[in-house]
Ligand binder design. Structure first.
Ligand SMILES: *Cc1c(COP(=O)(O)O)cnc(C)c1O
Length: 388
């Protein structure tokens, strides 16, 4: 199988699993226990925290959660509840992952006011609109680092500067960026950052929210007071160890992404646009993740395309995993101003460090064949099939 859905999840690396296994077997201590077995587990958590902090140059607390969804909920609700006396207004983007949009909707039901910033056709957030939306009640700006569907990288440094100029904290969901492009929390000025292990060759079910010292948030999970009183519950030690190892080796992977992976992606994009009529690349042409190729093929249905590609041994996606199950049009492509036809014909191919040149060549050939076959049966046949 040719796996081109690395934005949905990445395979677990052997060296990551090897470090995890002892913590599922002989090193079973509870990190809160005082005895030796407990201290061993707690030391393993500290090592993981250090490796993650180093990867993103973060100085503050690393709070482990069950994944990025929980980390985003914690960032948004935790800060909103801690600052409700100062203000009730949060600014986010219209193209955020559901794990940001839905907690914002929940906060709206609880009386908070949320601004969802518009984006342009390349999916870039409108900085003027950001500046205009900030008022004296604004307590947080939350904008993703890079989009999970079309791969556009947001101008996070400018966003952080605008937020800070008005004394507002900045949170970013950096799940798709960390481990693929350099992310420097200090240099950019990020106050809270969300990570997920399974998008960077670590295990599923573990993530983190890194919080700058000085920023206070309220817990959303109450109990034994683990994770600095911010996230109660006995830690997923093996998962955390795996996330730490994945973070440690991510440094070298970033080099692979900016060379091998990016070159393969570029060759894929170039030949698709050249060989398949009425196709186009979506997302920002240059400010985009090195592994993301998101296309529209007019006149066909992206879900039919995925099924056909699957039959030829290629794993692809239309966009976010969540929107496929709900069978609803992508809110990201809608916000980018795409027509119904453009949204319907969309396909996301996301590469990983494991993909080879032969795999990409095979993908180009299969895609060509399958798109032409589907257009033969398309109601738009006469519009698009003739000049192929
Ligand atoms: C995958 C993803 C999430 C959700 O991560 P989980 O760890 O699976 O909860 C959140 N945000 C973005 C941008 C993602 O790509």
């Amino acid at each position: 199988m040719i796996y081109l859905d690395n934005a949905a999840t990445t395979p677990l690396l052997d060296e990551v699993l090897d470090e995890m296994l002892p913590y599922m077997k002989e090193n079973y201590g509870n990190p809160s226990s005082i005895h030796k077995l407990g201290r061993q587990a707690n030391n393993a958590l500290d090592l993981a925290r250090n490796r993650i902090s180093k990867l993103i140059n973060a100085q503050g607390k690393v709070v482990f959660t069950s994944g990025a969804t929980e980390a985003n909920n914690l960032a948004l609700k935790g800060l909103a509840y801690a600052m409700r006396n100062k203000g009730n207004h949060i600014i986010t983007g219209s193209v955020e992952h559901e794990a940001v949009i839905e907690p914002c909707r929940e906060l709206e039901r609880g009386g908070f006011k949320i601004t969802y910033l518009a984006v342009d056709r390349n999916c870039v957030v409108d900085l003027n609109a950001l500046e205009r939306s900030i008022d004296e009640k604004t307590i947080l700006v939350s904008i993703m680092f890079a989009n999970n569907e079309v791969g556009t990288i947001q101008p996070v440094k400018e966003i952080a500067e605008i937020a800070h100029k008005h004394g507002v904290a900045f949170h970013t969901d950096a799940v798709q960026a960390v481990g693929k492009i350099p992310v420097d929390v200090k240099e950019i000025g990020i106050d809270m950052i969300t990570l997920s292990a399974h998008k960077m060759y670590g295990p599923k079910g573990i993530g983190a929210l890194c919080i700058n010292n000085g920023l206070k948030i309220e817990p959303i999970m109450h109990g034994g007071g683990q994770e600095n009183e911010i996230r109660s519950g006995t830690q997923n030690v093996a998962g955390i160890v795996g996330m730490g190892k994945a973070a440690e080796i991510a440094m070298q992977k970033i080099d692979m992404y900016s060379n091998n992976v990016k070159n393969l992606r570029d060759s894929l994009v170039t030949s698709v646009l050249k060989n398949i009529q009425h196709s186009k690349l979506n997302g920002h042409p240059t400010q985009r993740l090195p592994n993301n190729a998101h296309f529209t093929f007019l006149g066909i249905n992206g879900e039919d395309l995925i099924i056909k590609l699957d039959e030829t041994g290629i794993a692809a996606s239309t966009g976010s995993a969540c929107s496929v199950q709900k069978q609803k049009a992508s809110h990201v492509l809608k916000a980018m101003g795409f027509s119904h036809e453009e949204i319907t014909g969309s396909l996301r191919l996301t590469l990983g460090i494991q993909n080879t040149k032969q795999e990409i060549e095979q993908t180009i050939a299969n895609l060509n064949k399958v798109v032409h076959e589907l257009r033969e049966f398309s109601p738009y046949k006469f519009k698009y099939a003739l000049n192929q």
